[in-house]
Write a protein that binds this ligand. Sequence first.
Ligand code: FES
Ligand SMILES: [Fe+2]
Ligand SMILES: [Fe+2]
Length: 424
Amino acid sequence: MDCFEEDLVNALREIVNSSNWQCLGKKSNFKSQCTKVYSEDGEHIVLIRTEDDRFWAMDSSCPHEGGPLDLGDIEDLGNGKLALICPWHHFDFCLDTGESSTGLQNQIYEVRVVQDNVYINTQNALSLCPIPEINTVSLGKESLEDVKSTSTEDTLCYWATKILCTPDPKDKVMLTQEVLERWNSGKITEVGQAAPPAQPSRKDSLTVLEPGKIKRGKGGTQASRIALLHSLANIEQWAIDLSWDIIARFSSFTLSSGEPLPRQFFSDFVKVAGDEAKHYLLLERRITELGSYFGALPVHNGLWQSATDTSQDLLARLAIVHMVHEARGLDVHPQTLSRFAAQDDMSSVKVLEVIYSDEITHVAAGLKWFTYICSEEGRECLSTFHELVKQHFKGYLKPPFNTEGRKTAGMTEEWYVPLVKPSS
Ligand code: FES
Ligand SMILES: [Fe+2]
Ligand SMILES: [Fe+2]
């Protein structure tokens, strides 16, 4: 190679290196229909290869509730278009556009095959090596006796811990309702202190899988409605525990002034716990009316991971659990509702409407206490929130957002729009 040719090759190499085309290696490496590709920014991608040897790519985390699209199936939508079907609630995502008939949108990426090598157009470095996953989380088996609690029976923390250690969701609900009544009527007056269990207890008969390991059969329309209600009831069971956990875990939290949290903080989260218990009951009843029962299907424990990640930091807990996850619940509500309405299941629609209006108040509670603590500590609310989300939440926040619902909760766009993936 003469000097000129060498310069030219180097110049071309530089162009390729500084472009957004990431080489994944030989086409022959991608034999399966879906391959998960790990992205340096945490927003992993699924590379899809269809039988006719065409390639597509989209975000692997489902925009609905984070289901693993890399474990999904490809289906023909009947209009000449192919879609990737999420294994959790069967939302479809068109391979060409990322659009779903449910109204959600997934991020797609251009894919090219050049000289047998597969390239994806993204500015982030990609890797085929899995980033080590967190191992199977063993569910808490701690009994109340194992938990070092300095609380006596007439404190809120005693009951919070007891409820976390109660495996049967029905008992959890009953106790929650009892404590709500006793706190509101002044029969329990002290907050107390407690060391809550690392994980709440679950019934032995409940099959708990890691997020991403749940694959549901297609079933008829009723079966898919039951599956959706079942997954929502599971979320509510975790939500009851998350409410009691924030109470017990942060019972001795002090502001930099040395002051404890105001009593109203605890009252607000006791109310949230009561709402979540009500939501669980409503969903469980509806599943029973439809001829199934809670526990009939496997569930995932994805929500507790956020609790563990934020167990040392109250601001991070409020930000991730209440202002990211619960706000996401508001975003997906219209789509979920329309799925039940389309099948004329108005009883389920009524249940979902009750849940929705309560959930707005939960996002509002998260926001209220987040801003309270920030202002007491002299921290700027928005930048603190953005930093904490980047630190504790994998990937970006995804539109579409329920702007109205979020606004009713007090969460204006400046809170979440800066956390959306910048367009490249
Ligand atoms: S998480 Fe994918 S459809 Fe619900
Ligand atoms: Fe709820
Ligand atoms: Fe909630």
